[in-house]
Design a protein around this ligand. Structure first.
Ligand SMILES: O=C(O)CCC(=O)C(=O)O
Length: 341
């Protein structure tokens, strides 16, 4: 595990204006790496949020500068079944810093550049902040997201470090061309203990990631984390999933989540002249707003559930929070109640 063979990721950022080039890289590799894509200030704001949580959870070395993210000696951090880890996920779901990164224009623009269609940040499918202590055996095993994320058929994952993440800190690494083999058998229950067995002589594409870098990859792209060999520092990252408005599966899910009964009604005092007083139906309104980034739905609370939409047990408790509170076009809706908040 400690001596994973690696090769450098190719920077696709210079090709952001060249859809053909992006598409051929994505078809060849199953991933796209963008250097300096995301404004550092929004990444660092999310890093601060996660570090604040880490401090309260006792994950940081007492007395050390918080910004250095030094791990509390002896603490194993990153176990997906750890209740504190699940709490971190629920915590970040309610934080604007999470969605400022996940829903940032730079990511949507890059997705549009490669796909030529409008993306949206897909909620309720494991948008995650990860914290790993320097225990090399805890590194994420090789797997495909398509095995775990089942709510939408076609999506991109975007992974980014929350701060600089050189190889020794255990960034993500991806296997070029692995997406071409389709969905593979996965062993075990989750990406911490199971996954896909890959020949040891395969070379994984990775980088000394810098704050603002991001790697985009497909549902069948094999990826893993390198071991955190830093000895003392926490590895912090976030990952998000994106669907496309034109995908039928996606459309159904979003329409159900936002507009199905109980249908939110605005209180009289909140009604904007000229705006519909009832939530619009999917077909009449949302499709027309495909380019409107602000129409993305934001989770603001996340009771956890233990099975997916098909009733299969989830591999980890955090994997699929049910979205009950959403903010849409500036209005907060509680989907479990009849009226908006
Ligand atoms: O950050 C990690 O260690 C794993 C991330 C991952 O597997 C993903 O983003 O799909």
């Amino acid at each position: 595990m400690d001596d994973v063979k690696t090769i450098p990721l190719e920077n696709a950022a210079p090709h952001l204006g060249d859809t053909r080039r992006l598409q051929s890289l994505a078809e060849r590799d199953g991933f796209l790496f963008f250097r300096d894509l995301i404004p550092q200030e929004i990444v660092l704001a999310l890093r601060d949020t996660v570090l604040e949580f880490a401090g309260e959870a006792g994950w940081l070395e007492p007395g050390a500068p918080v910004t250095e993210a030094r791990a509390a000696p002896g603490r194993r951090i990153g176990d997906y079944q750890d209740p504190a880890w699940a709490t971190l996920q629920a915590h970040v779901q309610a934080r604007p810093e999470m969605w400022a990164v996940g829903d940032c224009l730079a990511i949507h623009r890059a997705l549009r550049a490669v796909e030529c269609r409008s993306s949206y940040l897909c909620l309720s499918t494991a948008n995650t902040c990860r914290v790993f202590s320097p225990h090399p055996d805890m590194a994420t095993r090789p797997h495909q997201d398509g095995h775990y994320v089942r709510m939408i058929p076609d999506f991109w994952t975007v992974w980014l470090p929350l701060g600089d993440c050189p190889r020794e800190l255990g960034p993500l690494a991806l296997l070029s061309g692995s997406h071409l083999a389709g969905l593979l058998d996965h062993s075990g229950l989750g990406i911490d203990g199971g996954g896909v067995l890959v020949d040891e002589d395969r070379a994984w594409s990775t980088e000394d990631f810098r704050c603002g870098d991001a790697v985009f990859f497909r549902p069948h792209t094999l990826h893993r984390a390198l071991p955190n060999l830093s000895g003392r520092r926490l590895r912090l990252s976030a990952d998000f999933r994106y669907g496309f408005w034109e995908e039928p599966g996606t459309v159904d899910w979003r329409a159900r989540a936002v507009f199905s009964p109980p249908r939110p009604r605005l209180p009289r005092s909140n009604r904007t002249p000229g705006r519909p007083t009832r939530a619009p139906t999917w077909s009449s309104s949302v499709r027309g707003q495909a380019d409107d980034r602000r129409s993305c739905v934001h989770a603001s609370s996340s009771p956890l559930r233990t099975s997916d939409t098909l009733g299969r047990p989830l591999t980890s408790l955090w994997a699929d929070p049910i979205v009950t509170k959403v903010r849409w076009r500036g209005t907060r809706f509680d989907l479990s109640a009849a009226a908006p908040q």
